[in-house]
Design a protein around this ligand. Structure first.
Ligand code: SAM
Length: 289
């Protein structure tokens, strides 16, 4: 792999330049590169999808370790460079595409997705992958450290929010290691962390309507400073009146002063079931409070 001066030389020799708008920060710390690859636990039989290979820091380490690899890079200059670089390697395909438009082909087995993600689209990439989760076993992403904290936060913590719940509904999430800003060239303004997302066989909780469930959560977290009760009462699109919310809170023994971030995934799911028109309509009424 290349250090900062090696990257500068490759860029110059190939008539390429760094496009900040595409979140181009290249991994230049060999020790961190090796640690990331080792934590990804690549196996010989696996198909690996890499998002944003850039100049190939992770790619060249992973490609010899797996059965097949696809690397999707939006920058045409970089993908052309990688096509030349890997021209003699039979098990890798370089795709010049926007990952947000990319559909994972059916490889007959679940793929492992890896990537030092461009920060400007981190959440969009993760949710785009989750829309195709039946094709994915696990994902290993380098993300901004604050985003890693939000993804792996527990209830009642300031970082716990939509992103935490949205991801933990589909995956288990773990923070694996910190990656300082100095490991990249050019150095970004923030530190990073490697996270592991393992796709669950079934969602973490059962809800009759995922759409309603996520609308409810969005309404709760959009108004974080309000109690959940007040946030739901004034949420457009949920069609909830005071009595319905009061009944549901009472039935589930939820304190009416609670804020959205204080409820875990299961309690949120129960609340969604109690309030949703998609779940059964003959709900028992709880005592008034
Ligand atoms: N993997 C390389 C490394 O670690 O040195 C580069 C990582 S850099 C943080 C992010 C990479 O994602 C860049 O190469 C950038 O061009 C690419 N990228 C940005 N937006 C993209 C998109 N929408 N689809 C695919 N690749 C994208």
């Amino acid at each position: 792999m290349h250090n900062a001066s090696g990257i500068r030389r490759i860029l110059k020799d190939n008539g390429l330049s760094v496009n900040k708008a595409l979140g181009q920060n290249f991994l230049v710390h060999a020790g961190k590169r090796d640690e990331i690859i080792s934590l990804c636990g690549i196996c010989r039989h696996e198909t690996v999808l890499e998002i944003g290979p850039g100049l190939g820091a992770l790619t060249e380490g992973i490609q010899p370790m797996c059965a097949n690899m696809i690397a999707v890079e939006k920058d045409r200059g970089f993908s052309d460079f990688l096509k030349r670089y890997f021209a003699d390697s039979g098990n890798i395909e370089i795709v010049n595409s926007d990952i947000l438009r990319y559909k994972i082909p059916d490889f007959g087995e679940k793929v492992k997705v890896v990537g030092n993600l461009p920060y400007y689209i981190t959440s969009a990439v993760i949710f785009h992958m989750l829309c195709q989760k039946s094709r994915i076993g696990s994902m290993f992403f380098t993300v901004q450290k604050e985003v890693a904290d939000r993804i792996t936060a527990g209830p009642a913590c300031k970082d716990y929010g939509m992103l935490t719940i949205g991801i933990s509904y589909h995956c288990t999430a773990k923070k694996l290691c910190k990656i300082g800003r100095g490991s990249f060239f050019p150095a970004p303004a923030v530190d990073s962390a490697l996270i592991e997302l393992n796709v669950r066989q079934c969602p973490a909780v059962h809800v009759a309507s995922e759409e309603y469930f996520f609308k409810l959560i969005k309404a709760g977290f959009n108004k974080r400073r309000k109690t959940l009760y007040n946030a739901l009462e004034c949420a457009p699109g949920l069609g909830l009146d005071r009595a319905a919310i009061m009944d549901a809170f009472s039935l589930l023994k939820i304190n009416p002063r609670v804020r959205a971030e204080e409820l875990g995934l299961e309690e949120m799911a129960k609340l969604s079931e109690a309030l949703s028109p998609h779940s059964r309509t003959d709900k028992p009424r709880g005592p008034e409070f």
